[in-house]
Ligand binder design. Structure first.
Ligand code: ADP
Ligand code: MG
Length: 469
């Protein structure tokens, strides 16, 4: 239930209430997991608790909605465990001063207090769009520039130039973000396009429901009446025969009408197991672009942007130089993990009233850092690098100075320095007893090349990916 007003904190037992919410929150963190907690529970503020009704302030309608649909049961349960009977949860949307969690969304849609599904689309059974996922908040780097450009083009809503747009990539690389951004963009233009965004799972759910309620005709009509259809995580329908079948027909009908389709998946169409061949080939007909794993620069860019947003939400929290670089370097997994780390850091720092220093980051994020710690050995690096450059493993440690051998060797030295915690002398020993100054020279050389030679940069990124998977 959502209302757009603010509740005063009920005077009575405010301390008590705070305390029990603290207990409940701790329990929730354990039961819903750190990521969910950081995204959904942490932003909530308990404003009152009486007569079995817990009222929360949520920063956006979307968050309130989502929590009430997905976590209400868990919240009630944890309250019950803490000895407090809660029958109902209510969510109000607060526009906190300086709450800049979605500055872009707010700036671009000034007429609306909160972004909401576009007018006239209420009858479309789509999923809600996250107001934070806009083009403005999407950081572009080499790994995602193509996907971003294609998404932009579709977002312009001009003529359909490629159909479908198929976006794929690993978890947390921004597929959903780009899809929502496209939808926001299309809905903000005045042509009144009917945009339907939903996950493949929801597509299936709707379809099964239509079968059960015997109104498949309505289902078909509804899906065929949209201007733009966006289906997220399409790999989900693999192996689900009748859903695939229906999807195929919907897809064809829309393509025939020259309506835009946007699809995402965790892998390329051809690699989705148990997906019918006719669907695979249909999906390959348009533009297929992938989101590559993030590189250091992109991670740093994303961190800088998110840190700014966080800083606006946590008045007065300072962050020491070097912390973001450290995180970009050490957390190489998906962007969601990066975001979670940052959210936690800011929350913690503002709680204890301290500046975010390297020490604090190391303490506060020990678990995340440990989880993304690479356990690569120097031997493994040497093996991978020699395979990649097609040289003999023995040449890694041998004396040859030929450039075709010396260069890969230096690359292996560089990766050893970067991906393991070995010291330079130790690395030297594994490279045939070379001096630590030789290693240092090699590392520097590769650093230079990496900046000046795109081929080297690409080789490094590829090797790093191979080694950390
Ligand atoms: P996917 O759907 O590919 O699993 P999401 O789109 O859900 O990933 O992205 C995970 C999180 O990372 C989201 O909060 C999203 O906003 C953020 N994110 C991913 N890529 C970027 C980017 N390039 N710039 C800003 N935020 C990003
Ligand atoms: Mg997604």
């Amino acid at each position: 239930m959502l209302k757009n007003d603010t509740n005063e904190c009920s005077e009575l037992g405010a301390d008590n209430m705070k305390q029990s919410w603290g207990t409940v929150r701790d329990a929730l963190r354990a039961s819903v997991g750190d990521n969910n907690f950081a995204t959904w529970i942490e932003p909530l503020e308990l404003v009152s608790l009486d007569e079995g009704v817990a009222r929360f302030a949520a920063p956006t309608t979307f968050i309130g909605d989502w929590v009430s649909r997905n976590f209400a049961e868990a919240i009630r349960r944890e309250f019950a465990r803490a000895g407090i009977g809660v029958e109902r949860l209510e969510f109000t949307v607060t526009r906190r001063r300086g709450a800049a969690a979605q500055p872009h969304a707010a700036a671009r849609r000034p007429a609306r207090a909160q972004p909401e599904p576009a007018r006239g689309h209420d009858e479309l059974p789509g999923a809600p769009l996250d107001p934070r996922f806009t083009f403005d908040s999407f950081v572009v780097g080499k790994p995602n520039e193509l996907a971003h450009a294609a998404a932009r083009r579709v977002g312009e809503g001009a003529e359909v130039s490629f159909n479908p747009l198929f976006l794929y990539g690993g978890v947390g690389l921004g597929k959903t973000h780009l899809m929502h951004a496209i939808a926001w963009e299309l809905q903000s233009n005045e042509r009144g396009l009917r945009v339907l965004y939903l996950s493949a799972e929801q597509f299936m759910y709707r379809f099964v429901q239509a079968l059960r309620e015997k109104n498949v005709m309505n289902f078909k009509e509804m899906f065929r009446s949209v201007d733009v259809l966006m289906v997220d995580d399409v790999q989900f329908i693999a192996g689900k025969d009748s859903t695939q079948d229906e999807f195929f027909h919907t897809f064809n009908a829309l393509v025939d009408q020259n309506k835009q389709i946007v699809i995402s998946a965790d892998r390329a169409p051809g690699e989705i197991k148990d997906l019918e061949d006719r669907i695979k080939s249909r999906l390959q007909c348009g533009l297929v672009v992938d989101l590559h794993p993030t590189d250091y620069e992109l991670r740093l860019g994303i961190l800088q942007q998110k840190a700014e947003a966080q800083a606006r939400g946590h008045d007065g929290v300072e962050i020491s130089p070097g912390v973001l670089e450290f995180l970009a370097h050490r957390i190489s997994t998906n962007v969601r993990v990066l975001e979670g780390a940052l959210t936690r850091l800011f929350a913690f720092a503002s709680l204890v009233g301290r500046e975010i220093t390297l020490d604090l980051a190391q303490d506060c994020l020990a678990d995340i850092l440990r989880a993304s710690e690479r356990s690569v050995t120097i031997e493994e690096i040497q093996r991978r690098v020699s395979e990649h450059f097609n040289i003999r493993l023995s040449d890694m440690i041998g004396p040859k100075r030929l450039r075709t051998i010396a260069r890969p060797r230096q690359i292996a030295m560089y990766l050893s320095k970067e991906l393991t915690s070995r010291s330079l002398p130790e690395i030297g020993r594994r490279f045939g007893g070379r001096d630590h100054t030789t290693i240092m020279h090699g590392v520097r050389k590769v650093e230079e090349l990496r900046a000046s030679d795109p081929q080297v940069a690409e080789d490094l990124e590829l090797l790093r990916r191979l080694l950390s998977s």
